[in-house]
Design a protein around this ligand. Structure first.
Ligand SMILES: Nc1ncnc2c1ncn2[C@@H]1O[C@H](COP(=O)(O)OP(=O)(O)OP(=O)(O)O)[C@@H](O)[C@H]1O
Ligand SMILES: [Mg+2]
Length: 407
């Protein structure tokens, strides 16, 4: 059960914008977004803080806006982390039960999970999130709760998301340095976005969430209710704008504008004869650019990005089984034709990810850019659940550092 009256705050220091969502848990357990703040982002490149002073200033601005709107003083936040340094892997850990054929206890399971979690963490890296997957008892698969089963060997598999401690520290300092605000926990932004837009049914059926932002594309793949694979590609909508700027020989600001007003992730043959006139600016003469050329540049970049993600996921058995389909969020999810391209590359149904089971201002909930911040609020709520609905923890065990006992 969620803790009524609790205030939870999510903060994303994105490449294009900083945003803060303040959420409150109602008596019914429903989450309501009561405050929201958004600021420009000047100190972030490809999802990583590179200019601490500028990032800190922008974070302060977004926090102040959210505090005003929610009429609260923010003390702690769940902080999204992303970037090229994020590594995700599926680890296994084994725990042998010393006494022959006794029932498996919570402590045994915890030990197996700990062993799985701690494997393969290189120096300078830390565990950002770890999500339990399946168990085997004496080499037999046990999907759910292995406690109480008689056995002598328990094997746990865990999806582990690691990140560079230095990179995470930079994000943390942008929050904690100049403000009295504490980072409650760093959370992988792809996981947060997935928590915002997927229902339990979709996670059970199998679903992929793609958060296509400004400097990164994060992905999180669920099957049978559990996170099976995730990751980040440090490529997003800003790279598309950059390609347009170079390919059409126009300033970056104009490229960004044209991407939004005329762009598409797919190019159609009929566009060949369509031209668009750009007025002369910054000493440059008026020019005509071909719509087909503009869209071709965009489609090449998006196709390459999506194929990279699809290749990585194809190595798992789970992608083809994602029967609920692909859910798109992040600002670049607004790109015309991106859904069609995703459908073609992944060969799965595609939809815009909608925030699920959260109330609040429509303009916040319906904005694909805000899925991460809202998902962080949900993450916080799940993590601080006082009593689990059931002992086993598809996702929760993961979110809570402790394994909870059966009531
Ligand atoms: N209508 C639109 N069409 C195409 N792209 C758009 C549109 N609106 C916004 N974008 C793009 O969305 C991107 C910003 O998305 P978002 O706010 O999700 O990024 P971010 O969270 O700040 O960055 P990241 O998560 O990658 O660090 C920019 O590249 C912007 O150009
Ligand atoms: Mg983002």
């Amino acid at each position: 059960m969620l803790d009524p009256g609790q205030i939870l705050v999510g903060l994303e220091i994105g490449t294009s914008k900083i945003c803060v969502a303040v959420g409150e848990v109602a008596e019914s357990g429903e989450l309501t977004i009561t405050g929201f703040g958004q600021a420009r982002s000047r100190g972030v490149l490809k999802g990583e803080v590179i200019d601490l002073d500028k990032a800190a200033e922008d974070v302060r601005e977004a926090l102040a806006q959210a505090e005003d709107m929610a009429d609260v003083e923010i003390e702690a936040v769940y902080l999204a982390v992303s970037g090229n340094h994020i590594r995700a892997l599926n680890n296994r850990g084994v725990h042998s039960i010393p006494t022959v054929d006794r029932e498996i206890t919570v402590d045994d399971v915890q030990e197996a999970l700990r062993n799985a979690k701690g494997n393969n963490c290189p120096a300078g890296y830390e565990i950002v999130d770890s999500v339990r997957q399946d168990f085997c008892v004496d080499y037999h698969s046990v999907y759910d709760n292995p406690v109480g089963i008689v056995g002598s060997r328990i094997e746990a598999s865990v999806h582990v998301i690691q990140g560079s401690s230095r990179r995470i520290e930079m994000s943390r300092r942008a929050v904690e340095g100049p403000t009295p605000v504490r980072v409650e926990k760093a959370v992988f932004s792809g996981l947060a976005s997935a928590l915002a837009v997927l229902t339990s049914e979709q996670k059970d059926l199998g679903a992929l969430v793609l958060d296509v932002g400004g400097g990164t594309t994060e992905f999180a793949l669920f099957q049978k209710g559990l996170l099976r694979h995730s990751g980040v590609l440090a490529v997003g909508g800003d790279h598309v704008s950059n390609d347009l700027s170079l390919g059409l020989d126009i300033p970056l600001s104009l490229a960004e504008e044209l991407k939004i007003s005329l762009g598409s992730a797919v190019s159609e043959p009929g566009e060949r004869a369509t031209f668009h006139t750009i007025p002369g600016t910054q000493g440059l003469p008026e020019r005509r650019i071909s719509l087909s050329h503009l869209r071709r540049i965009m489609s090449l970049r998006w196709e390459e990005t999506l194929e990279f993600v699809a290749r990585e996921l194809a190595e798992t058995q789970w992608l083809r089984q994602a029967r609920a389909g692909v859910f798109l969020c992040g600002g670049s999810a607004r790109t015309q034709g991106l859904d069609a391209l995703v459908r073609r590359v992944f060969q799965l149904p595609v939809a815009r990810g909608q925030v699920q089971n959260v109330s609040g201002p429509t303009e916040v909930l319906e904005n694909p850019e805000f899925a991460t911040a809202i998902g962080l609020v949900r993450y916080g709520a799940m993590r601080s659940e006082r009593r689990p609905r059931r002992w086993s923890f598809p996702l929760l065990g993961v979110l809570s550092p402790r394994l909870r006992r059966k009531n």
